[in-house]
Write a protein of this length. Sequence first.
Length: 329
Amino acid sequence: MTPMKRIGNAVGPETLPLAVFLVVVAVAFSLATPLFLTGRNLSSMAFQLPELGLLTLAMMVPILSGGLNLAVIYTANISGLALAWTLIAFGGPEAGVGAFVLGSVLALAVGAAAGLVMGLVVAYIGAHPILVSLAMMIFLRGLGEFLTHGGDISGFPPFMNVIGHGDLFGVPVPLIIFAVAALVWHIMLRRTRHGFAVFMIGSNIRASEYSGLPTKRTLTLIYTISGLICAVAGILMASRFNSVRVGHGEALLLVTVLACFLGGVDPFGGFGRVLPVVLALMILQMLSSGLNLIGANQHLSTAVWGLFLIGVMALRWFENEIRQRKWRR
């Protein structure tokens, strides 16, 4: 395969339309308000995007396999709680770096454990991923509410601000974390046997089994990795807001699904790329920030996201119809 073909395969045909749409949105809001292209607003978007981006990556791979992970938000929050409890146990604001490292390890373990349980049930019991992840979502929410009595846990050491609000050579640290995660996701999906198995399972799980692919092991690993990246998002959110709450970011669940579909991920599995999903995230973040700057109601953004989801599904349907007609001819 030539270098140009490799680049085209990694980028995908859906990237150019998304890039054009991204420019159109940026130009439209820059004309609507002079505050949109200011350094302050761009910096704000750069700090807000990563947590949604990490949660979207956690949603993306289960969708590629033909499933879904409705528990991404609560997995992130319960992982953040594990970090918070560890820091509080070691003195809260006076906790040292060692306590943060220990808490982060526990947070990652909690997120991976939640994903592992879902993966085992989906792979070995054969339950539908929507039902399994819904049950996990309800369980984690109830457990978190019980343990925290519906309140917040706050009071973390000041050095955590570097993770949530710091920058490296002018680039926000959260954005660096997301960029690294997106690159790892791209390599995992395009350059590893696990990534190949994910796409094959999403295309046809029965055929994948007959061809000798380890479908059960792959499904278990898919949800475990999803839970792991949710934990990273939980650590980042705790660092940004200096507090953890079970219900934080509930509205982001819709946006993670929307970003995947807008980025060209097939809702039935088997097809999708990381770069278009990243562009879709940037578009949605611009829409949210732009609407906020022009004084639109906060709930209007949610309504716009919902309309986008309906529009994307309609466009996909028309595209499939056109392809089928061409094929018949």
